[in-house]
Each structure stands twice: as structure tokens, then as C-alpha cells.
Design a protein around this ligand. Structure first.
Ligand code: ATR
Length: 272
């Protein structure tokens, strides 16, 4: 029987997940279908219920439903609990399992695809919304020298730090403290790139050979990446994270982890 999956979001028409999973399915010889599911803003649970009851095996969850998906899951993995966010639901016979593959996806892209170590690195995470929260646990697992979070609204960054029990390496600073600091890896987890506005990261923050990573993709060179490039940093958009989080979701559902290299290359060509 063909296993059925979908990405649930609003909007969802732009999602590249169906293309990515179709390539994984071909590569792994998996008999599966993967579609887009548009959920009305107030009907996440009803939309997923209907899909699940029709015999589907799982869903990916994108904006704005990752918190609803967290509540919808009957059981949750430790990494979903840590970020209080779910991007992958697996419909088992007796329960609905919520997981989050975003953090692993980001870190695999940075470490394995880009070749930038996180162990011992000084990391700056800009933003304190759901996207930032979801990746903190995975970044901490790599034992950076420091994980510093900064946000336009400083209280939100401090509130996230207070949730994680990692004060020896994980702490918040205000934008005004940035000019005196230097980092090896700078990650933009704000939604500022959607509106082409620029988080206030001074050029002096980028250490020689630093990596600037924008979790957005398909936006060309965002203002954050343009600034980073002019400061001499290496730059990466979030397309690799998208592919890696999808590969991990595939593994969560099917117990097989696809090889991502050729899929990422193909996605890179098609989004050019
Ligand atoms: P998401 O789930 O995508 O993270 P979110 O929870 O709305 O979305 O969070 C958006 C993040 O982007 C927040 O950190 C927000 O800063 P505030 O907490 O101060 O609102 C940040 N953000 C959005 N637009 C921004 C801008 N123009 N400059 C700086 N930060 C911005």
C-alpha cells in the first residue's frame, strides 16, 4: 500500500517539501505520496484529523502551525519538548508522535554540508521567535564555546535563556552590546528577511572566516547575508537546512535516512 504524507501550512503552495520528498522516495525506492495540505487558520487540528483518519502515515508542519502541532501530538520526542515546537507528526497505530527536525537539519547543514564546526564555536543567534527556539537545543548539543541570543525585543531572548538550563554557555545580550563582540557563526532566525529589513548586526561582529547563515531560503541575498558578505564572511541560505530537516523527517517516518547531496544540488539548481 502506498504510504501517504503531506506538508500542512497556511500558505503552503510555495512549499518545496513535496519535491524534496519525491526525490528521497525515488532514491530510497519508497512507495509513498506526499502532497500539500492547506489548513484554514483556525482549523489545523480538523485538517490533520481528516488526513490522518483517511489513512495517512504522517505530516510535516510549517508556518504558522508548529505550536498547534506541538499541542496536537499525543507523545513528543525530547527535542520537540525542548523547543516547544513540532514540525513532524508520525501517525502510529496507538498514538500521534510529535518531533522536531529543524535543529538537527540546521546543524547538519552547517557541519556536514558547509564544513563549519560548531564544537567550540562562538555562535550568535539573532531572533527569539519560534524559528530560533526550535534550533537552540541542537546547537547546544554541539557544545559551542558560547551561544549568544539577541533580539529586537530583549525580554523575549532572556525568556528563552531562562527556559534552557545552560547558562554557562547560553545567554542573551542586547543589540547595543553587539559592537564589542565577535562570532564564528552568525545565524539569522528572525523573519526580517521576509520584509527585506535588516537586523542590526554590526560588521565588526563577523570574525575572520566567520559563517553567516540565514534560515530563509529562496529570497536571494538577504540584507543580512549582503552585510555579512561585505564584512568578508562566508554566507549560506536556509535551503540546506530545508533539505536536511526533510531527510530527518523521512527517517522519523520510515527508519531510512536518505543521502542528501544530490537532492540539495538539484534544489539549488531549481531555485536559482
Ligand atoms: P518565527 O516563528 O518565524 O520565528 P515569530 O515567532 O513571529 O516568527 O518571530 C519573529 C522573530 O523575528 C522575532 O525574534 C522578531 O523580533 P521581535 O521579538 O522583536 O518581534 C524578529 N523580527 C521580525 N522582524 C524583524 C526586524 N525587522 N528586525 C529585527 N527583528 C525582527
Amino acid at each position: 500500500m502506498t504510504d501517504r504524507y503531506a506538508v500542512v501550512g497556511n500558505p503552503v503552495a510555495h512549499s518545496k517539501s513535496p519535491e524534496i520528498h519525491a526525490m528521497f522516495a525515488r532514491e530510497c525506492g519508497a512507495d509513498m505520496q506526499y502532497e500539500r495540505l492547506l489548513a484554514p487558520a483556525t482549523e489545523f487540528a480538523a485538517t490533520v484529523d481528516a488526513f490522518r483518519i483517511s489513512g495517512a502515515a504522517g505530516v510535516n508542519v510549517t508556518l504558522p502551525f508548529k505550536l498547534e502541532a506541538f499541542d496536537y501530538a499525543g507523545a513528543r520526542t525530547a527535542r520537540a519538548e525542548r523547543g516547544r515546537s513540532v514540525n513532524t507528526l508520525r501517525f502510529d497505530a496507538n498514538e500521534i508522535v510529535g518531533d522536531n527536525t529543524d535543529g538537527v537539519g540546521l546543524c547538519r547543514d552547517i557541519v556536514s554540508n558547509i564544513g563549519q564546526p560548531l564544537l567550540g564555536a562562538r555562535i550568535l543567534l539573532v531572533g527569539a521567535g519560534g524559528a530560533a527556539r526550535a534550533v537552540i537545543g541542537a546547537l547546544l548539543d554541539f557544545q559551542p564555546a558560547a551561544l549568544v541570543i539577541t533580539n529586537r525585543t530583549p525580554d523575549k531572548a532572556q525568556a528563552i535563556v531562562d527556559e534552557f538550563n545552560a547558562r554557562n554557555v547560553f545567554y542573551a545580550i542586547g543589540y547595543s552590546a553587539l559592537p564589542t563582540r565577535r562570532f564564528d557563526v552568525l545565524i539569522n532566525a528572525t523573519s526580517a528577511s521576509l520584509t527585506a529589513s535588516l537586523p542590526l548586526v554590526p560588521a565588526s561582529c563577523f570574525d575572520q572566516n566567520a559563517l553567516a547563515y540565514d534560515m530563509m531560503y529562496g529570497k536571494g541575498q538577504t540584507p543580512f547575508l549582503a552585510l555579512a558578505a561585505s564584512a568578508g564572511a562566508r554566507t549560506a541560505d536556509g535551503l540546506g537546512m530545508l533539505v536536511e530537516q526533510a531527510a530527518e523527517a523521512f527517517f522519523v517516518w520510515r527508519g531510512v535516512r536518505p543521502v542528501t547531496g544530490s537532492v540539495l544540488k538539484s534544489m539549488r539548481q531549481s531555485t536559482r
